[in-house]
Design a binder for this molecule. Sequence first.
Ligand code: FES
Length: 116
Amino acid sequence: MSEAMRLCRIDEIPDGTARGFLIGEGPARLDFFVYRRGEQVFAYRNACPHQGTPLELFPDRFLTSDRQRFLCSTHGALFRTDDGYCVRGPCKGKSLQPFTIMSEAGWLLLPVSESC
Ligand code: FES
């Protein structure tokens, strides 16, 4: 297996849901979330492009109730799940910052360079 940290098994994230990760501490802390759709996974930094706050109020609650968009709980911005583009709200036209992860043999992996 390549130089990477195991985050979780892909099947630990139910299809159509997202899971947040906090890795490390202090200025090196990484705050991101992973959304799974079938065999695809999409990862973004957990920072709204409006004011930089985390999207979720409750653990792993990144999606609207119909699971079609990511929701920023602070002011209600909505983002497409496949590219993080904001379609409604105060940061309309901006995007969530993609976050690099890998998958291998059923595991989600964080490249070591991302954790330094
Ligand atoms: S901080 Fe996300 S919409 Fe304002």
